[in-house]
Design a protein around this ligand. Structure first.
Ligand SMILES: [Zn+2]
Length: 434
């Protein structure tokens, strides 16, 4: 047995196990796991003392290089995958948008070109369907096709029609500040659409995955469906676990930093979402990373909240925020942490067991994670190409130290050591092996 890389002295953590062990890597795969592996002729030895050895994070909801409202999200596939790697995420599933008149294949090809030569770690895509005819018929048809071919539909669940009316009323009353983006999108609009998406999926015989679930009202709908045994799944994002409507209590236009959809909610929803993660009502934490700079980009909506580009930067701090609040916060175990940020996303989106676990034959996407390293999040030190942080000043405990993508170091001792273009497109399997 000869390894290109040998990781020693650490604690291996997967979604199910936690034990002292060593990981041997040959080429881009994990080739051995054992209590003691031979170190003769090993290319590189990584000492993981006092650290966890875990599978690389998988972020299944990002928007890199995405046109929106006359501007484009600030991270492309190079800066976005670098920032993700700094935070321990080694695979992204980004959203490729179908524009009116285009086929889904054209959307996919456009996004493949955006990633080519730029990504430093692996990526895959979902397609956003915008052109399939009438709304409910579209959703139902897409779900029926998904049921037939083993697809998993990701639903942005909000009642857009009702929200549009509420927004027009607010504008007519002269309510134009950023906080009205949040105040015109009630939790009921999300809960109602979540229930409707689940009902349409049930009729179509399809699974459904609710993206960026933000409030307890919608969480209850997912719980009811799961209690009935339906294949209904949902993710939440760190912004809904850490931020609330109180973040709009800032001077002037600064609230625009927190304008994304669904919006921030009252603070009490946070604990409900953490419980949802602990109890498996929510299966995944993604970021919905969609960064727009405050200067010049968010400012497009200076006099009208409906013109503020929607989205926030989060790709870099997902693992640290979930570990801090989840494991140090005594809400769940390190195993559940790995499951939420890596294993469950891999299983739901057809990447498992190539990604999402540490097993012989898996891709050597590995994070050496120091559970006790601390930091304070700041735009001054982050690696996203955006001029503010949603999480400015938040204290984190638990951070990646070294990050490998298919056996190659991408982050080492706080430095980027990877190569743009080294990331590959990963073909996903169908949902549940249909
Ligand atoms: Zn999104």
């Amino acid at each position: 047995m000869r390894f290109d890389t040998l990781i020693r002295n650490g604690i291996i953590v997967t979604a199910t196990d936690m034990y002292a062990g060593e990981v041997g890597i040959a080429g881009d795969k994990v080739s051995a796991i054992g209590a003691h592996l031979p170190s003769e002729n090993t290319g590189r030895i990584i000492d993981a003392a006092a650290c966890y050895i875990m599978p690389g994070g998988i972020d299944v909801h990002t928007h890199l290089d995405m046109p929106f409202g006359g501007t484009t999200s600030a991270d492309d596939f190079e800066s976005g995958t670098i920032a993700a790697a700094f935070g321990g995420t080694t695979t992204l599933i980004d959203f490729a948008i179908q524009y009116k008149g285009q086929s889904l294949r054209q959307a996919f090809e456009t996004w493949m070109k955006k990633a080519e030569g730029k990504a430093v770690a692996d990526y895959a895509f979902h397609c956003i369907i915008t052109d399939l005819g009438a709304a409910h018929a579209t959703i139902f048809r897409a779900m029926s096709q998904a049921a037939k071919h083993g697809g998993l539909i990701c639903m942005h669940a909000e009642n857009g029609g009702a929200i549009d009316v509420i927004v027009q009323r607010a504008l007519a009353e002269g309510k134009r500040a950023p906080k009205y983006h949040a105040l015109t999108r009630p939790t009921t609009a999300e809960a109602e659409a979540t229930a409707r998406a689940i009902a349409l999926a049930e009729m179509a015989g399809a699974p459904v995955y609710i993206v960026h679930l933000s409030c307890n009202d919608a969480l209850e709908k997912v719980r009811e469906a799961r209690d009935r045994g339906l294949p209904a799944y949902a993710e939440t994002c760190p912004q809904y676990l850490y931020l609330s409507l109180e973040n709009f209590d800032v001077p002037g236009f600064e609230g625009a930093k927190y304008v994304f959809t669904p919006p921030l909610r009252e603070k009490w929803h946070q604990e409900k979402l953490w419980q949802g993660l602990a109890q498996d009502t929510l299966q995944v934490v993604s970021t919905d990373h969609c960064p727009f700079c405050f200067k010049e980009q968010k400012e497009l909506g200076k006099d009208d909240f409906t013109k503020i580009p929607n989205g926030g930067p989060g790709i870099e701090h997902r693992l640290s925020l979930v570990y801090t609040g989840g494991v140090h916060g005594k809400r769940f175990s390190p195993n559940r942490f790995v499951e939420l940020v890596s294993t469950a996303p891999a299983k739901l989106f057809g990447l498992y067991p190539r990604k999402g676990t540490l097993a012989v034959g898996s891709d050597a996407d590995i994070v050496i994670f120091d559970p006790n390293r601390e930091d304070v999040i700041s735009a001054k030190t982050h690696h996203m190409r955006v001029d503010y942080s949603m999480f400015e000043g938040i204290h984190i405990k638990g951070m990646p130290k070294t990050v490998l993508s298919r056996g190659r170091p991408v982050i080492d001792a706080g430095k980027f050591v990877g190569r743009p273009g080294a990331g590959q497109f990963v073909r996903r399997h169908t949902y549940a092996g249909v």
